[in-house]
Design a protein around this ligand. Sequence first.
Ligand code: RRO
Length: 305
Amino acid sequence: MDMRPDMKVDLAGTELHNPVMPASGTFGYGQEYKDYFDLSILGALVTKSVTWEPRYGNPLPRIAECSQGMMNSIGLQNPGIEHYLEEDLPMLREIYYGPVISNISGSSPEEYGRLARAIDGQEQVVALEVNISCPNVKDGGAAFGADPEISRRITEEVKKNTSLPVFMKLTPNVTDIASIARACEEGGADGISLINNFKALKIDLKARKPVTAMKYAGLSGPAIKPIALRMVNEAFHAVDIPVIGIGGISNADDVLEMIMAGATAVQVGSANLVDPWTCPDIIKELPKRMEELGIESLDEIRGVI
Ligand code: RRO
């Protein structure tokens, strides 16, 4: 009898062979990682936020290191939906055979709807992740995800335009994450992904200026993990749809904490940029840690907190 702990998870109808996926924006469209490991060991792969038109993103510098984390103000750099569908997804399919989650970002509910429609029916794409939380853009972005009414409207618009499960990706820069999560659920969301990053500031003392060109940038990495856990737990208790836990995960124990807080699956973000083998290392380590801790399946510990 196989006594290996069961890492399988059901994510809104899709079975993942493990709960670990790279977070949007930290894995591009897979090409930069293909020589490090076999991408098909990932539970799923989330692609960088795509918008209707191509975007160059914000001026440099737009990345900074800080204690136990990093800051970014990329500004949604991406090649646009046409390039995504005609080049990036087909190239990804040559190096990765598992489930893809397409992350989309718009500056109006209508743009989100158009993007959802354009991606619907794409081979390997099993879900949409709808970014209503980018802190680094002028129009929309995190402002959408800070307003329950707009969050609900965008969810409804996306749902009208796709047959795929829809995960709404939330910003932590709000007072009451439960009300945003509930608004998305009421709008028809099939799940919630959280958290995106915290709006932050790093100052160069000699220059008397912000380190990043955009003044404010989003903080991520191990520094935010305890807050991410708290918010995932609040969202988990607020809704009946699955939650994808994101924020500061860099090892197997972090994954187990997230799942105990209520996450169905998890995303690894900043840690990929520190060590490109983080995801495969976690996937290898997870069953060992489950065994050591007497955990037979992830279902057994989900949301025990
Ligand atoms: O591109 C970015 O600046 C960015 C986005 Br869209 C996001 O959702 N989260 C992030 O940390 N950076």
